[in-house]
Design a protein around this ligand. Structure first.
Ligand SMILES: [Zn+2]
Length: 114
């Protein structure tokens, strides 16, 4: 399961941050998940809840914000936003597109209790 390895990596980062700041616990974690990141937010949430039990984040809540796909058309400079793949520009029909956002998974914020 893809989400479980993402969560394992996430916890490596969380525990390192908490250690660096001598935090007692992690109270809140916020992720941004691109619609084309390959991760399903609902599965990330349940993986987080399973994994957190024996960690410093055992009482932490998670918020996952879905980030739509954003692309720029290199020909007409239109900005295209969608929740699905964009193959051609809706303005000029060009396929000369550049991906700006929507394919990544970002740890946006960690709230710690010190
Ligand atoms: Zn265009």
């Amino acid at each position: 399961m893809h989400e479980l390895s993402l969560i394992t990596n996430l916890f490596d980062i969380l525990e390192k941050q908490a250690n660096d700041k001598n935090a007692k616990k992690i109270v809140h974690v916020k992720l941004q998940v691109g619609v084309l990141s390959g991760a399903v937010p609902e599965l990330l949430e349940s993986a987080f809840d399973i994994y957190k039990k024996d960690t410093i984040a055992r009482e932490a809540a998670i918020t996952i914000e879905k980030v739509p796909l954003k692309m720029d058309c290199k020909d007409c400079k239109a900005e295209l936003i969608s929740n699905d793949y964009i193959l051609t520009c809706s303005q000029c029909g060009s396929s000369n597109l550049k991906t700006i956002a929507g394919t990544e998974l970002i740890l946006e914020k960690i709230e710690l209790e010190i």
